[in-house]
Design a protein around this ligand. Structure first.
Ligand code: NDP
Length: 329
């Protein structure tokens, strides 16, 4: 196996963070019992924060960012994985404390890996990525709460983004009536193609939240947080639930207890990073069957390793539509 490989590396000098494509060797890799030839990665919102340094994501420098990777096993000391196996890795500190997906090679723990279902290519896996797998976790959480397609509409906020786009496609496939909230009216046709029944202006959810407002949806998947989440909760029908996944508008939640104690509404927390393996495996198994490949293609744009740096800025500016796949090799 050739010793040298290309990688995107984030370094820090005092308070100044820089990022560049460079050449590394196997000696630069971190500890792990499985070495993976990374074929594809992706750009999530969190990667944008890490690469630009606008959020405290990276905990060790220098570091290869990238919270997701998919590729083939090159070497394994873990009996569960053989050379040539196709694997995917989301989270577990990848691209935060452990070298991540923006490199042709990764050395990771076998405990973190999931063998890819046969019908999901490594490019498909990264079109899904943490964003898509999180959307699946959120759908599963709503299902566990007992929310059924005939119970009323489901709100998806940040709908034209990564989590949002996959959430719209998954919910529509299951027969839910999806209300997609976006700040980009020009993406209305895109969202309807993914299966949204109605597209609303996200400004409707940034008004000062009332403790309770008119009931509009049975549930929701929110990747925006802050006032948007507070409004989503106040407009949820009796007994409904909102799955909270993100903070694109902020970490705060200017809400009251009214939706919880007067309407029995639930707030379901979604974490993809430390999510237990059995639930991850279930999510990937479901993605294999529940996510229409045509729609996945429609939401995906492919870029090369060097373009990741510019895309990191765009995703934080809310300018990225759907999902980005990074062709690493
Ligand atoms: P994207 O940038 O692709 O999508 C976020 C979307 O949110 C944007 O496209 C935009 O949608 C909307 N948005 C952005 N800024 C604002 C704003 N100021 N006010 C209202 N809406 C806004 O990011 P991802 O889909 O990758 O991630 C979404 C969020 O979920 C992030 O906060 C991310 O950190 C979080 N996340 C959490 C995970 C977990 O484990 N809990 C896993 C993955 C992601 P539009 O233009 O349609 O309005």
């Amino acid at each position: 196996m050739a010793d040298k490989f290309r990688a995107l590396l984030v370094t820090k000098d005092g308070n100044r963070q820089s990022v560049a494509v460079t050449e590394l060797t196997d000696a630069d890799l971190m500890e792990g019992d499985v070495t993976v030839a990374v074929e594809h990665s992706t750009v999530n919102y969190k990667d944008g924060l890490a690469i630009t340094g606008k959020g405290p994501i990276i905990r060790k420098f220098p570091l290869i960012p990238g919270i997701d990777l998919a590729g083939r096993v090159l070497r394994s000391e873990d009996s569960r994985f053989q050379v040539g196996d196709r694997v995917v890795l989301n989270g577990y500190g990848l691209g935060e404390a452990h070298h991540g997906g923006y490199a042709e090679r990764a050395q990771v723990r076998g405990d973190w890996l999931i063998r890819l279902p046969e019908n999901i290519s490594t490019a498909n896996a990264m079109a899904i990525g943490t964003a898509g797998y999180t959307a699946m976790l959120a759908v599963m959480a709503l299902e566990r709460h007992g929310i059924k397609p005939d119970g009323g509409a489901i709100l998806v906020t940040g709908a034209a983004g990564g989590v949002g786009s996959v959430a719209v496609a998954l919910l529509a496939k299951h027969g839910y009536q999806v209300i997609a909230s976006t700040g980009r009216p020009q993406e209305a046709d895109y969202l309807k193609t993914l299966g949204a029944a109605e597209v609303i202006d996200r400004a409707q959810l940034t008004v000062p939240p009332k403790p309770l407002a008119k009931e509009r949806w049975a549930g929701g998947i929110d990747s925006v947080g802050s006032t948007t989440l507070a409004n989503a909760l106040s407009m949820t029908k009796y007994g409904g639930a909102i799955a909270a996944c993100g903070l694109a508008a902020g970490m705060d939640l200017p809400s009251s207890v009214a939706p919880f104690i007067l309407r029995g509404v639930s707030l379901l927390g979604i974490d993809s990073v430390q999510c237990p393996q059995n639930r991850r495996q279930e999510a990937w198994r479901r993605l294999d069957f529940d996510l229409d490949r045509g729609k996945l293609e429609a939401i995906t744009t492919q870029i090369g390793l060097a373009e990741v740096i510019g895309t990191a800025e765009s995703i934080l500016d809310g300018k990225v539509r759907g999902r980005i796949v990074v062709k690493v090799q």
